[in-house]
Design a protein. Sequence first.
Length: 486
Amino acid sequence: RSAPLHTSLPQRPGPIGQPLTLDRRRVLSGMAAAPLVMGAGTSPAAFASETQSGLGTQILEASRHLLGRDGALFDRALSTLTDYGKPDNAPTLILALRFSWADRDAIAAVLRDVTGHQAGTDWFDWMLWQERNPQIVPHPSFTTVKRDVFLRIDPNFDVFLKPAFLERDRMDIRFEEIAWGGVEKDGIPSLDNPKLVAADEADYLHGDDLIFGVSINGDQRAYPLRIMGWHEMFNETIGGVPLALAYCTLCGSGILFETAVEGREVPFVFGSSGFLYRSNKLMFDRETHSLWNQFTGEPVVGPLAGSGLALKQRPVTIEAWSRWKARNPQTRVLSLDTGHVRNYGSGVVYRDYFASPALMFPTVTDETRLRQKDYVFGVRTVGASKAWPLNAFKGERVLNDSVGRLPLVLIGEADGRTVRAYERGDHEFQRGRFGRGLVAGGQAWEMTEEALIGPGGERAPRVAGHVAYWFAWDGYLGLRSELYTE
């Protein structure tokens, strides 16, 4: 019988809240039984030269034996990699720290020898080291070994891991930093044109349940986070516009993208791949099976990588159900009848993760300005981006600010993670009497989901933005983004 892979990493929830672990999976073939042949991504001349001398084959064979359950072969593999002594095998050793059944202390000792970095057996810590050292290019055999590991977890991952697209110069992210997220392909199932009900029929919702609110061309929808946390994606047409809401629970961000792209006949339809990059969801499109960065809306692996495509964002609001319903009484809301069996109760999905200051998956963070899981509201425009800590909106403040050269007014409510941003032109807005409504130049303005409406019919259009954990915003935008300070 072949041995299953092993993982000690905390798992993400599966059906009925049960964790999906490799230990429960039926793995078809053990790593030690796999044929020792050159595979995906192993075409560089350096590997060909090593193979002629036998060294490349030895490294590939040793790398595979790190993930088997034969102790003698494991010891021989460690000896081979120790003698090889180059840091380009660090990614394989880091992979083994997560998935090998064997002696992690011994694996970590070789890692310390070949890298000079002093760390223990924690896969999380070594992944942080790897992110900080992009100058280390993995040995060519690494792609073969990692691809084999992923295909043993789920053979359906093959659609994302075609050898032609795993060459280093054809990917926009580092393959060594792509992590398995604890679920299979579509293990977090998307909701495609799901059933909706009228607001008065949504008696399962509590007033303080948070929803994603969308309003386009008068079509108002509410998608509760307590449901979307189990699905992380919907594909819908709202107000005549094809859309996908990509919700990365790990980075606290739900981003609404237009899925119709100029030059393509049909809109994209997205799903969850089961992979992560720097604690961020890698979604995929069902037409080309390219992997996309959820945070940027750009394809990063596969046929569309390097195409220059970037999905356009649309405004989306997180708000307490009672407040959204009061503002938008004609709204429709996601039904509990999703076609899937999950515990959609309030505060169930990802309860422990949302309550913890820690991350579940590794990525380098900078907490000199904000804590890694502080919420921010971010806006991106051409050539500029800016984030506002949600704490800046305590007391339902109105902020007159700008991103780049675009003047904005932001209206928020911190407890509900609610922020709406609008273009303000030359106007300065403030709360009206007794904190009600909006006033600019002594005149009242009406706030709608799509624009602020002035007394003479002047419109200040809504600007797309979204909430996220600070680590995600800072990690993907970094120095390209401003951070609002008092």
